[in-house]
Design a protein around this ligand. Structure first.
Ligand SMILES: Nc1ncnc2c1ncn2[C@@H]1O[C@H](COP(=O)(O)OP(=O)(O)OP(=O)(O)O)[C@@H](O)[C@H]1O
Length: 312
């Protein structure tokens, strides 16, 4: 668990992070969103003490983050940034091995961990391990950056716009990979993004920052249904709100009994995908299939329209 209590950072007379308090439950993803300059990166960097707070406390599993020297603290917390920050003169394997080597892991354990992570990120260890960062595509470098951040099995992973530079298709893939890896390792992730869509998709909770202040901290559905301020409402984009609400839930939650004609949609697809397919194909209902291909029922325009309405 991460507890941030009355955290403030001042530069000269300006509080760029202003008395922020929030708690992040273990094994969840918290997304920090806000406009440029709202203090997101500064807030994130006070967790691993790349920035020292002016006042306030950060506790990690109940322990003040000042209990350890900063460099030791940072070995225990994963950190991934936009542009990946890979060491250009070290191979991919050496990059990933950085923190385990600092921690004194033996060679066999390091090599097993590097192979495990490369495989997990769908990079063949024999092919990619010996390459240098410039021999990879941007998307591959990004995956190595996240693999490096996870190398020493941290409980906490901080990510600063990790997908900012990726094209939309690779970005969607990277987001899915991250969620799968987060579930597998149970990592607590704090992710800075300026993209509300990404925050809604990835965050169990979303922290909205405006001019250094935390203006709302809530689950995505709550933020969509009840934005705390006009600023939050603007960030959501009101025209998109019903579709974002539908994107939070799977088709399986909206299945109705009965049959429908035509190609089926998987129960794991989002309700937004189902509505898009219904509108595009001009149908009133789609059959829904389970992972084993079994017919589970149908999803209808009428049912989804109800679900897209503002929650009571
Ligand atoms: N070392 C510093 N000295 C003085 N001012 C700083 C320093 N670091 C950050 N700031 C200021 O603090 C404010 C918040 O910066 P921060 O990087 O946290 O914002 P951000 O929300 O992450 O923005 P972006 O989305 O553009 O990265 C900005 O106005 C920035 O200019």
């Amino acid at each position: 668990m991460i507890e941030i209590e009355n955290l403030t950072k001042r530069y000269a007379d300006t509080a760029v992070v202003d008395n922020v308090s929030l708690t992040i439950e273990p094994r969840t993803v918290a997304a920090i969103v806000g406009t440029s300059g709202s203090g997101k990166t500064t807030l994130l960097r006070m967790i691993n003490r790349l920035v020292e707070p002016t006042s306030g406390i950060v506790k990690l599993d109940g322990v003040d983050n000042r209990a350890l020297p900063g460099h030791e603290l940072r070995r225990s917390i994963g950190y991934a940034i936009q542009g990946h920050g890979l060491f250009p003169h070290r191979t991919v394997a050496e990059n990933i091995a950085t923190v385990p080597a600092l921690l004194g892991w033996d060679k066999a354990r390091i090599s097993a961990r590097v192979d495990e992570l490369l495989t997990l990120f769908q990079l063949d260890p024999a092919d990619f391990g010996p390459r240098y960062p410039h021999e990879l595509s941007g998307g591959q470098q990004q995956r190595v950056g996240v693999a490096r951040a996870l190398a020493a099995e941290p409980n906490v992973l901080l990510m600063d716009e990790p997908f900012g530079a990726l094209d939309p298709i690779i970005r969607a893939k990277a987001q899915e990979d991250l969620l799968a890896i987060q579930k597998r390792f149970g990592t607590t992730i704090i992710l800075v993004t300026h993209d509300m869509e990404e925050a809604i998709h990835l965050g169990d909770k979303i922290a909205v920052m405006d001019a250094g202040k935390l203006v709302q901290y809530a689950a995505p559905a709550e933020i969509l249904a009840r934005p705390a301020t006009e600023f939050v409402e603007t960030l959501i984009g009101t025209g998109e709100r019903p579709f974002k609400l539908l994107s939070l839930e799977a088709v399986s939650e909206a299945v109705e009994p009965g049959r429908a004609q035509g190609e089926a949609i998987p129960a794991t697809a989002t309700q937004r995908d189902a509505l898009a397919e219904l509108l595009w194909s001009g149908r009133q209902a789609l059959p829904v299939k389970g992972e084993d291909g079994a017919d589970l029922g149908k999803v209808t325009v009428k049912g989804l329209v109800k679900r897209a309405a503002r929650p009571a």
